[in-house]
Design a protein around this ligand. Sequence first.
Ligand SMILES: Cc1cc2nc3c(=O)[nH]c(=O)nc-3n(C[C@H](O)[C@H](O)[C@H](O)COP(=O)(O)OP(=O)(O)OC[C@H]3O[C@@H](n4cnc5c(N)ncnc54)[C@H](O)[C@@H]3O)c2cc1C
Length: 384
Amino acid sequence: MMAAIAASDFENDVIIYERNDRVGRKILATGNGRCNMTNINAGIGNYYGGHPEFIKCAIDKFWVRKTMDFFSELGILCREEEGGKIYPYSGQASAVLDVLRMRLDKAGVKIKTKYEVKNISKNKNGFTLSFYNGETARADKVIIATGGRAAPNLGSTGAGYEILRRFGHTITDLSPSLVQIKTDDDIVKKLKGIKLQARVMLGEYSERGETLFTEYGLSGPPIFSLSAKLAGQKEIALDMMPEYSTEQLTALIYERITSNPECALENFFVGMLNKRVGQSLLKSIGVEPLSRSADTLSHKEITRIAETIKNWRFNVRGTMSWNNAQVTKGGADTSEFDPETMESKLVKGLYAVGELLDIDGDCGGYNLQWAWSSGYIAGMSMRQ
Ligand SMILES: Cc1cc2nc3c(=O)[nH]c(=O)nc-3n(C[C@H](O)[C@H](O)[C@H](O)COP(=O)(O)OP(=O)(O)OC[C@H]3O[C@@H](n4cnc5c(N)ncnc54)[C@H](O)[C@@H]3O)c2cc1C
């Protein structure tokens, strides 16, 4: 949509072909229905892929401020939230889609829904698009903006990769990102539904925030963010009391024993940690039975408890599937595209933008920013 707006403005005959029965369905699902449109802190360090420096031109040409100005002109009042996340003030993702659709209309862009592109070929007269409904269309230039493979129920089934492959483009390995992480521990399953404010650690990375135990592993904003850095990691760890050091925690446990020596271990954490989490933690390190009284804890056990609260480790067993992912890691190799225009270096007049390219961002508005920027740049350069 952004590419079409930039390409059009009545100067060109621009048509969007969309496989769904409406455009922009994914936007409605973003930011839990609130659309985290961008992030004021967005910089090259928030992006991954074979060549993240590919986005430098986009940062120069059309980045956060210009995106916010663009939406502001369309009537979107923005609200900044924790971590620089930008949302429409109305709290409605539908507002973002509404203004884009109105702008498309104003620019004279034609929208053809239920047109699923099967293939695109090029000959001396330009491009021919063929659709699953049997129809064909001709175009002088084409921007492929089919998204990646994440959330295929919203339309992005990965079709763009095949089309680009047929043109000779390289597609790097694809994997789900910004997604829940699977662990192989029974403990996590038993704690499903419990939320904690934790610091989550994955190798050299850590993120703080609401973390959720689930049937299959761990979820929540810190988990989503860390899933982008999962490659090669075997363990993920929770610090369930990040404000305390291990020494402070050890002292706290001693204090609690002194003030309530006969407290059964099953109730020992009440008021300090989630009760069920505390019980599972004790079992996981073999401090049993839970009917024991607190004053039977040895110094070694107390130290172990404090260390585990600070660093509870779980084995990583991969991520949830494409259906649960917010973005695709990997994509069309950006070294085969011009970062100034998003045009293919292999096929003149062919452009690729957004998640389809081998660029993925952190959780927090960064992926939509990339979609807006790359779309805008491709559209503008197509005008020339
Ligand atoms: C649940 C969820 C929440 C998210 N929340 C956020 C957030 O708050 N902030 C953020 O920055 N990012 C968020 N993201 C990521 C962000 O939405 C995507 O990275 C972004 O939408 C990618 O834009 P795109 O235009 O490249 O592709 P998409 O938005 O996926 O759009 C691709 C379009 O192409 C259509 N299409 C696909 N194949 C064909 C075909 N063969 N023929 C015709 N049409 C086709 C699809 O139906 C779709 O409409 C979220 C993603 C999900 C799934």
